[in-house]
Ligand binder design. Structure first.
Ligand SMILES: [Ca+2]
Length: 375
């Protein structure tokens, strides 16, 4: 453990004079049992009974994680219909267990102050079978929790019956209407009756002076779909005329309840985020030819400055040559190479030379993400 402590301290001092967050990689869960995990979408498939586990295994003895400088772990996910439990297991024995009720989007476990100097593992469990998509996970000291100035469209200041324009196949289509929230009396949401593919509602957005879209980490929205079953749909997002849809079908709504979905800009690598400022149209749609759905709380999530760190050495280098991705200076970090449509092209650990086809890739080293053109 001494070794880990020294390494963390060194990184901490080089990055900043204070520590706040230790980022856990939601695309690299190395611990757990009896369930499947899709790294590209950070989705745990609890398909083999209840109270299985998936999470981060640090190790025992010297491998244990020293969380002396931290207070708690926060794990964020898209809402599901079942209870989710987070377990922190200590080298000294014993566990901290915290449950999040169905429909919640986070579970926060405060460490046992007597035992947090050696954490063996942190894992997530399921009260029912189903899919759980992680959106963020980190260990934090809780001090100076950052305030995000998110931009949120919640329709509460719109008149009932007001319309938002929509578009289909590039052409104007039926309007979407501001209506009462179907599940929360007195609140508003927007309703869209979609009868052909690629229907998208247009939300005019305004960024504050001095901000570009690069100051935001991604988009979140709440969806409720009319009907009885859980709903898996391709999500179409357009920033201006630049469209993102990646051919995957995540669960965007849980039967009978509002569900929050988050998409990060890191997966929309083609968008020149820092070129977008002022007013722009955000278009959003669930791709189906026969669907009636409601949206609410369409949110641009502001990035916040924190001293996020990982075990990743700060002086790593990432380059490409002759169809090969070359990583130097990363000793033990997991490496995942994604195509720009989100598929995993290669996985490795630490320093590596990874042959790939020419093209644009997103390379994840530890908790860091970087675009790389290979030619
Ligand atoms: Ca609302």
């Amino acid at each position: 453990m001494k070794k880990i402590l020294l390494l963390v301290s060194a990184l901490c001092w080089s990055a900043s004079m204070f520590c706040e967050k230790y980022q856990l990689d939601i695309h690299n869960l190395n611990g757990g049992w009896d369930c499947e995990f899709d790294a590209a979408t950070a989705t745990i498939n609890f398909n083999n009974g209840t109270w299985k586990g998936k999470g981060w295994y640090f190790g025992t003895g010297e491998g244990a994680f020293d969380a002396t400088a931290y207070e708690r772990v926060e794990i964020k996910f898209n809402a599901v219909t079942f209870k989710v439990q987070v377990v922190v297991e200590y080298a000294a024995g014993g566990q901290t267990k915290v449950e999040a009720e169905a429909g919640k989007t986070e579970c926060i476990a405060t460490f046992d102050a007597e035992k947090k100097n050696a954490i063996v593992q942190i894992y997530i469990q399921n009260a029912e079978e189903g899919l759980l998509t992680l959106t963020d996970a980190y260990i934090t000291d809780g001090a100076d929790d950052p305030v995000r100035n998110n931009i949120v469209i919640d329709f509460e200041n719109d008149e009932l019956g007001a319309f938002y324009a929509s578009i289909r196949g590039g052409n104007p289509a039926e309007n979407a209407e501001v209506v009462e929230n179907p599940l929360k009396a007195g609140e508003k949401s927007i309703k869209y009756i979609c009868t052909s593919y690629s229907g998208q509602i247009i939300f005019p957005m305004t960024l504050p002076n001095g901000k570009t879209l690069d100051d935001y980490s991604g988009i979140a929205f709440d969806a409720y779909v009319e009907g009885t079953g859980d709903t898996y749909k391709e999500i179409e997002i357009c920033i201006g005329e630049q469209q993102f849809k990646n051919g995957t079908y995540p669960k965007v709504a849980v039967a009978g309840s509002w569900t929050t979905t988050t998409r990060t800009f890191a997966e929309m690598a083609f968008i020149e985020l820092n070129a977008i400022s002022g007013n722009f149209d955000l278009r959003l749609g669930l791709n189906d030819n026969q669907i009636t759905y409601y949206l609410d709380n369409i949110t641009l999530i502001e990035k916040v400055e924190t001293s996020v760190k990982s075990l990743l050495a700060s002086d790593y280098s990432l380059s490409s040559s002759n169809g090969t991705i070359i990583i130097n200076g990363a000793t033990t970090e997991p490496v995942t190479v994604y195509t720009i449509d989100g598929r995993i092209a290669a996985q490795s650990i630490g320093n590596a030379r990874i042959p790939v086809s020419n093209g644009l890739y997103i390379v994840k080293l530890g908790a860091k993400v970087q675009k790389l053109l290979v030619k």
